[in-house]
Design a protein. Structure first.
Length: 363
């Protein structure tokens, strides 16, 4: 009885007012929000697009009015009006690499802070056809620019078909004369690692390198070789891995059998982890018998046994500069191409020490 009276008194016709309220919320316009908030439509537009210059109290009033009316900004209409989709495409060569994942995360965070969304275009198989296909799909997507996280030698401008309005920034590449590039100072980090081991007294340093097709692996290996050559030291044969801990383990079994191997610079922390396991299984203690250095400074590096000395990459800064660079090119289309290198930091932990001979007491 009470329920029926409530419907009769406050809502003739049963549930019709609720249905009208839903239709009203769905059809709420920017002008409706402006009237409810007591501001201009321009102010509502600025708030919905995330622009600065709106007083915080005003912004709260507008957001409250949007919520009350169920108003949602029409992104398609905004794009037609402004010529921008406020979306950045990201082409990445797989998500198994620590560097790729952390760079992608940093790009997404930085893009969101600038009011942009990210559309991911993964390249499952790193071939030239797959790369061309990824760029071709950009013309079908609502993106304003693209960031390429590329670590393999496949980016050939002559074979790419880019929509004319698309701006490109590349992470982890040497394409500085063709594209804007943001990268870690791979060579500087590798030289620091080798120099640290030589300064500890090691006669030479062995290198557990990444795959041959990787730009980063190539630059780290080149710097390792150059540092040893400059110091007048013997350059051992490169031992090759594929970035995985398993490949580091397989390579480590061979290195453990090299009696003159007292120091190893691994091109990433995952391979260094596998190397540590192999050395332990063969009875070679780290760092008493062999010193080990990695590259990346993954979150778990300090928990290895022993904690890993490594080269820290600032992936957050790489991602931020990629977004900053692509937005700069969007706003200043005539900007010249070039390369920005993000410095590394050398992190000394417990996996490095002077070689055994240097620790032997004199008779």
């Amino acid at each position: 009885m009470d329920t029926a009276d409530g419907i009769a008194a406050g809502a003739p016709g049963g549930a019709r007012p609720r249905k009208r309220a839903v239709r009203r919320a769905q059809s709420a316009s920017m002008a409706d929000v402006a009237r409810l908030a007591g501001v201009s439509s321009q102010t509502v537009s600025r708030v919905s697009n995330g622009y600065s210059g709106v007083a915080e109290e005003t912004r709260r009033q507008v957001l409250a009015a949007m919520k009350e009316l169920g108003y949602r900004p029409n992104s398609a209409a905004r794009a037609l009006k402004s010529g921008e989709f406020r979306t950045i495409g990201v082409i990445t060569f797989g998500l198994s690499s620590t560097g790729n994942v952390r760079t992608l995360e940093a790009i997404a965070v930085s893009a969101a802070q600038e009011g942009y969304a990210v559309t991911l275009l993964p390249v499952a198989v790193p071939t030239q056809d797959e790369v061309r296909g990824a760029f071709s799909r950009l013309s079908e997507l609502a993106v304003d620019a693209v960031i390429v996280i590329q670590e393999v030698h496949l980016l050939d401008e002559a074979t790419l078909s880019l929509p004319p309005h698309i701006q490109v920034v590349v992470a982890d590449s040497d394409a500085g004369d063709r594209f804007t590039v943001v990268d870690t100072d791979q060579a500087g980090g590798a030289r620091t690692a080798v120099r640290h081991l030589l300064d500890l007294g090691h006669h030479t340093v062995w290198h557990l390198a990444g795959p041959e097709e990787s730009y980063a692996a190539q630059r780290r290996a080149d710097a390792w070789r150059a540092e040893l050559t400059a110091a007048g030291r013997e350059v051992p044969a490169v031992v090759r891995g594929d970035w995985s801990a398993e490949s580091g383990y397989r390579a480590g079994l061979g290195l453990a059998d090299e009696p003159d191997c007292t120091a190893v610079f691994a091109a990433n922390d995952q391979m260094a982890l596998g190397l540590l396991r192999a050395l332990a299984e063969r009875g070679r203690k780290v760092p008493d018998d062999v010193s080990v250095i990695g590259f990346d400074d993954i979150a778990e590096a300090g928990s290895f046994l022993p904690p890993l000395t490594t080269v820290h990459q600032d992936f957050a800064e790489v991602g931020r500069l990629c977004v900053e660079g692509v937005l700069h090119r969007m706003r200043h289309g005539g900007a010249e191409h070039g390369t920005t290198l993000v410095p590394t930091t050398f992190v000394v932990r417990e996996s490095t020490a002077p070689p055994p001979a240097a620790r032997r007491p004199r008779p």
